[in-house]
Write a protein that binds this ligand. Structure first.
Ligand SMILES: Nc1nc2c(c(=O)[nH]1)N[C@H]1C(S)=C(S)[C@@H](COP(=O)(O)O)O[C@H]1N2
Ligand SMILES: [Mo]
Length: 320
């Protein structure tokens, strides 16, 4: 596991990654001591969980998924303190603090539109629909940064199958909470509120599309989308809506918030594509948080073998 040479590893990475592995009970105490010895990081620092950094409740019985990447996981601290969450702030370092007291219980998700079983589902009911899996995915923001995160969730298809969409349903629309009292960013008109995103039915049914409620073995931190978000790893980050309160099934392509704000910059599909640049940012390369040199961005964020067939016959320059 941790067989990189010590000098290749930043100490923040060692600390958060070891903590993560430790909490998941993957590493025996002796192995942790070995990491500490090999890297010169104090043993206390490696084994003592910092409550400010790791605050979520542990999720039990998580299965490991064969769909995970083996790439190095981004430090927890980076993933939880460099967030895009405009309902709280447009600054990446602010959602962590501003979302601290966000209420994620009770929480209901309205299921409506072209579906047999219209209902308001309690988030706890949703969480019991299928076994929790850990999916370590690459995640790339259209702004040019990327992260590798051990998300916890289960395929979105599990929920879709249980609510029986009608044969007319061709798209899903996801809506985030609108609550001016809790989400200070919504007092500013930086985007249309509430935040809306959409997927085509076959995209939503794809085994890689994740209904996500945790990360690093624990419940999602509020700034990462608690209590429930989606993760669509072959698309730019903004497709992965946080704090979802409504899933509507429809026959028309939903109009997503980012498309409303800048239609020439953010399309409906927004598949990661190094060959189609955003007007303001090249998409050819990306910077992994915690790394210095940029790396090439991969078509469909590296998930092309699994998802390219969804887009057969489409012009991805036009349908960006
Ligand atoms: N509700 C909501 N969901 C959102 C956003 C947002 O501002 N509001 N930002 C998106 C963008 S641009 C990205 S890159 C990812 C960031 O997810 P992370 O903070 O967990 O890394 O969330 C996406 N989901
Ligand atoms: Mo993003």
């Amino acid at each position: 596991m941790l067989i990189k040479k010590a000098e290749d590893i930043r100490s923040s990475e060692i600390t958060s990654k070891s903590l993560y592995l430790n909490r998941r009970k993957f590493l025996a105490g002796a192995a942790i001591a070995g990491v500490a010895a090999a890297t010169g990081v104090g043993l206390r620092e490696v084994v003592t969980p910092s409550t400010t950094v790791l605050a979520g409740a542990k999720i039990d019985g998580i299965k490991k998924s064969p769909l995970s990447t083996t790439e190095t996981v981004t430090p927890y601290k980076d993933v939880t303190h460099y967030n895009n969450y405009y309902e709280f702030s447009t600054s990446k370092d602010e959602p962590a603090e501003l979302a601290k007291n966000f209420r994620t219980q009770p929480w209901k998700v309205k299921i409506d539109g072209l579906v047999d079983k219209k209902q308001d589902l309690d988030v706890d009911t949703i969480l019991k629909m299928a076994p929790a899996e850990e999916r370590i995915y690459r995640h790339r923001c259209v702004e040019g940064w990327s992260i590798v995160v051990p998300w916890v969730g289960f395929p979105l298809s599990e929920l879709i199958k249980r609510v029986n969409p009608t044969s007319k349903a061709k798209f899903l629309e996801f809506t985030t909470l609108y609550d001016l009292n809790q989400m200070p960013g919504q007092q500013r008109h930086v985007l249309e509120w509430p935040y809306v995103e959409g997927l085509r039915m076959d995209e939503a049914m794809h085994p890689l599309a994740l209904l996500c409620f945790g990360m690093y073995g624990e419940e999602l931190p509020n700034q990462d989308g608690a209590p429930l978000r989606i993760i669509v790893p072959w698309k730019y980050g903004f497709k992965s809506a946080k704090a979802i309160v409504r899933i509507r099934f429809t026959d028309k392509q939903p109009v997503n918030t980012w498309n409303i704000s800048a239609p020439t910059e953010y399309g409906f599909y927004s598949n990661v594509n190094p060959n189609v640049d955003h007007p303001r940012w090249s998409q050819a390369k990306e910077r992994r948080l915690g790394e210095f040199l940029k790396r090439p961005t991969l078509m469909f964020n590296g998930y092309g073998d699994q998802v390219a067939s969804l887009y057969n016959g489409m012009d991805l320059k036009k349908d960006f």
